[in-house]
Design a protein around this ligand. Structure first.
Ligand code: T1G
Length: 709
């Protein structure tokens, strides 16, 4: 096998150059570890070598960490323990070589990659967008276990380290420099030279002076009492955020705390044993699956077989620039560097849209995610007007006007006359069938749906909706542009509610029924948060807007019949002028933009009263299983292309608990016969809407699974 690591010595400096053959990223496999060990042995004993430099020769990737494939396949704790000990030994080797080592970081430097760099004496990083630095392990349900929980807090302080480790954040090189992870930030073109100079200086005994970040931070971090405070408040925050469902951040916290109290060696022991436990846990397995499903989707053109190449989209038009349209435009500018033209019916609307988009750009600037120069350059890509002019050059136009079929048809009829032959037309509808919007177009083949979720800059999912008539080139173009906007894209079939709203509607309806039956808002919401959703269904209704939720429900009810019948509660709430958070009136009270407690008036309006006698044991199964059953139906109808897309869509679009792997994975874990039995019991008690769908019953009978192992 070709070597991943090449070593050469020049003027007393050893260059360790890493490029893992036939892989898109550098990662620390068993093979790479062995190569490192051999090379480091030679380097240590070679009297001509005074210092070393670790650098990547793979574009965009320094080291993306340990090989996730390897630990995803671990069979036992013992095996996991041995693997991670091996990693620790290697990383420690860098720190104890007796010769200074410089990490010259270009490209992703994550997990074990950063841990290796932290064990080096000095770190120089290339100021390049690809240079992302962090310890993302907790996102995979594990903890940094090759010394990351020890060396990072010692370098930048406990609080700053916890801030990165507990959320699994990846930060750009510039930020890593500012918080003290990186010693020097340089233009990529001079990385080699600066690293070489640093190595030479270190070899002659130079000691880099490190400015300790915020003095206040260290005042707290450096004394035992302050530190105890830091740890206990971090623990509280983690528990609040994870609801206790994700053990990895707590484990990382424990490893940092133990190491700071009892020293590096003891800390490494804790890292290793916690890693061994977590790496073979169901939570980690599911999170690793989600990682691989997401990376697979990054390469998926959206259609099977030989697909046409996507057309490049450098000019985007957005018609209808309310909050949604404006945010889509802003993200297209920031992430895809597209030239974006807004169009709305009057000047004030265009002005408001532009203001929303500029605000989003300004926020990035304020958070130092954009330089002043980039901010200015990107801001200039935004323009707008009331006429159709400016849309003639568009490669893609996304319509985000009010959810009204006739209005949308009219917009597209006018639009079609303005745009060029190769322009894709997309509607950001959340419910209206694309084929209906496309009716009357000269060229319905270039029409599709792009269903973004609000807030666009935060929500990771995009549903690209294709109807029977949509041309493959249009599909792949929209999907590719969505990915460029940083979204995880699933291509779904044109059918009422598509995937996300199809699953959401029965769930929200059921929540409405529970309310009507006398279950309190807090009980419903807390039950689902306990199951692992980020927010409960009633909060979700307030967040998305009662009008939006009711509209989606009505569309699905009309299309799919009785089992999707909404309760009358939402209608009555709307008649009372309650739209949810957007007008500060909903199921909750709001004060100055902040959500307060449940608005008791809401119970009056829907004509229900919380009754403590109502049994609560069924709240969770009713809400969960009605969604699971619908997911199986929709999957069987081919709304999503496969179980992977279905699970990812539910996790990223609805907030289905990631640690459960998605609704279809969860069904596998429960066992299909058990799921059928639960649904049958619920159907007997609460009605036919719970009757297990045919597909689920037949799969349970034949012993199939959604994700066969
Ligand atoms: N292991 C295995 N495969 C990896 C990998 C890794 N660490 N990182 C990336 N890949 C694969 C990915 O599946 C895809 O494969 C291809 O590389 C390109 O990735 C002891 C325990 C590096 C920022 O969590 O965040 O170190 O689909 O499409 O958008 O504490 O990948 O082409 O076959 O995502 O340019 C911690 C996870 C490990 C890093 C690149 N490290 N990776 O993004 O490309 S745990 C991570 C990423 C650890 C120690 C421990 C991103 C990226 P394929 P991509 P990209």
């Amino acid at each position: 096998m070709t070597a991943a690591l090449t070593a050469r010595v020049e003027r007393g400096i050893a260059w360790l150059e890493l490029d893992l053959p036939a892989e898109p990223v550098n990662k620390i496999t068993r093979g790479v570890r062995e190569e490192f060990e051999r090379v480091l042995d030679r380097l240590a004993s070679d009297p001509d070598v005074r210092a070393g430099i670790l650098i990547s020769r793979k574009a965009g990737s320094f080291i993306a960490g340990a090989d996730i494939d390897e630990f995803g396949g671990l069979a036992s704790r013992g095996e996991a323990h041995a693997l991670v000990r091996g990693g620790q030994v290697l990383v420690t080797r860098f720190a104890t070589l007796g010769k200074p080592m410089v990490a010259a970081i270009n490209g992703a430097c994550l997990g074990g990659g950063l841990e290796t760099a932290l064990a080096c004496t000095y770190r120089v990083a290339a100021d390049d967008p690809k240079t992302l630095i962090g310890l993302p392990e907790v996102q995979l349900g594990i903890l940094p276990a090759a010394g990351g929980c020890q060396r990072l807090p010692r370098l930048i302080g406990v609080r700053a380290a916890l801030d990165l480790i507990l959320a699994g954040k990846q930060v750009p090189a510039r930020r890593a420099h500012r918080i003290g992870i990186v010693d020097e930030l340089v233009h990529p073109a001079i990385l080699d030279r600066v690293a070489e100079e640093a190595a030479a200086r270190l070899a002659s005994g130079w000691q880099p002076k490190r400015r300790r970040a915020g003095l206040g931070d260290f005042a707290l971090d450096d004394n035992p009492l302050g530190r105890r405070l830091v740890f206990s408040s971090a623990r509280k925050q983690v528990l609040k955020k994870t609801g206790g469902h994700y053990p990895a951040p707590l484990a990382a916290l424990q490893a940092v705390e133990h190491g700071m109290k009892h020293g590096m060696e003891a800390g490494l022991d804790v890292e290793a044993s916690l890693f061994a436990e977590l790496a073979v846990s169901a939570v980690s397995r599911n999170l690793v699956r989600i990682f691989f499903a997401t990376t697979a989707l990054k390469k998926d053109p959206g259609l099977p077989g030989d697909t046409p190449a996507p057309h490049p989209v450098s000019n985007l038009g957005v018609v209808g620039v309310g909050f949604m349209g404006a945010s889509i435009g802003a993200v297209a500018v920031m992430k895809a560097q597209a030239d974006v033209r807004f169009k709305d019916r009057d000047v004030p609307s265009v002005g408001r849209g532009l203001a929303v988009a500029h605000r989003l750009l300004d926020e990035q600037r304020e958070r130092h995610r954009l330089t002043r120069f980039e901010h200015r350059r990107l801001s200039r890509l935004l323009s707008g007007g009331v006429g159709w002019d400016g849309l003639g050059r568009a490669d893609l136009v996304i319509e985000a006007v009010f959810e009204d079929l006739e209005l949308k048809q009219q917009v597209f009829a006018e639009l079609e006359a303005q745009v060029g032959e190769r322009c894709v037309l997309a509607s950001n509808t959340s419910t209206i069938p694309i084929a209906e919007i496309a009716q009357g177009l000269q060229r319905p083949d270039r029409m599709l749906g792009m269903h973004f979720f609000s807030p666009v800059e935060k929500m990771p999912l995009l549903e690209v909706i294709v109807s029977e008539g949509t041309a493959p080139w249009a599909t792949v173009t929209a999907a590719a542009f969505g990915r460029k906007m940083g979204k995880t894209v699933i291509v779904v079939r044109d059918s009422p509610g598509f995937w996300v709203n199809r699953l959401l509607a029965p769930y929200l309806n059921e929540a409405g029924r529970l309310l009507q039956e006398g279950v309190a808002v807090e009980t419903i919401d807390k039950t689902m948060v306990k199951f692992g959703f980020p927010v409960g269904p009633i909060t979700l209704i307030d967040e998305v807007g009662l009008d939006v939720a009711l509209n989606a429900s009505k569309v699905l009810h009309a299309a799919l019949g009785d089992r999707l019948q909404p309760t009358g509660g939402l209608q009555r709430m709307l008649e009372d002028g309650r739209f949810g958070r957007k007008n500060q009136r909903g199921f909750f009270r709001y004060e100055g933009g902040k959500r307060r407690d449940v608005d008791m008036a809401a119970y009056e309006i829907i004509g229900a009263h919380p009754d403590p006698q109502v049994p609560r044991d069924d709240v969770q199964p009713r809400l969960v299983y009605i969604m699971l059953n619908e997911a199986v139906r929709a999957l069987h109808e081919g709304i999503v292309r496969n179980t992977r897309d279905g699970d990812i869509g539910a996790v990223f679009g609805i907030g289905f608990p990631a640690f459960r792997g998605g609704p279809l994975r969860y069904l596998d874990e429960v066992g299909l016969p058990q799921a059928v039995a639960t649904l049958e019991t619920l159907a007997q008690q609460y009605g036919d809407r719970f009757a297990p769908c045919e597909r689920l019953v037949s799969m349970a009978r034949t012993g199939e699974a959604f994700h066969p192992q």
